[in-house]
Design a protein around this ligand. Structure first.
Ligand SMILES: [Zn+2]
Length: 137
């Protein structure tokens, strides 16, 4: 398994660069109705172009930047705990505890890392050639 955090940060940096390049070049921004690749809505306005318009509005550069920020916040909160690895060197999440069946907090079982929130962030790139299928939640 490659490093999930390094993989995620590389993908987030790619997404960030793509979004920022569009904003900086004035190609496509949240304030613009149209951009590269948009159909001619004045001529071909129907239910299909309406659906395409709503879909494309979900992938505006500033929204992508917010999603990059959200991904980084999740990754920063869910780091592998290197201070208390178990006897076999298995990494655990520093914050996630799904199994509290042990009663007292000292008996709770910390989740393995990458934990579910990190796996959820990684899922965005499940079709990437370097995505490890073992990361799938
Ligand atoms: Zn976690």
């Amino acid at each position: 398994m490659s490093d999930p955090a390094a993989f995620a940060e590389a993908r987030l940096a790619e997404d960030e660069a793509i979004a920022q390049r569009n904003i900086d070049a004035g190609l496509l921004d949240d304030d613009e109705k149209t951009g590269p690749g948009y159909p001619d809505y004045q001529t071909y306005r129907d239910d299909d172009t309406e659906a395409a318009d709503k879909y494309l509005m979900c992938f505006r550069p500033r929204r992508m930047l917010r999603e990059v920020e959200a991904g980084r916040l999740i990754l920063a909160a869910h780091v592998p705990d290197h201070h208390e690895p178990d006897a076999y060197g298995v990494r655990i999440c520093a914050v996630c505890v799904s199994d509290k069946s042990g009663g007292y907090a000292e008996n709770w079982v910390m989740d393995l890392w990458p934990c579910l929130p990190v796996r959820a962030v990684l899922l965005s790139w499940a079709d990437h050639e370097d995505y490890d299928p073992e990361w799938r939640p």
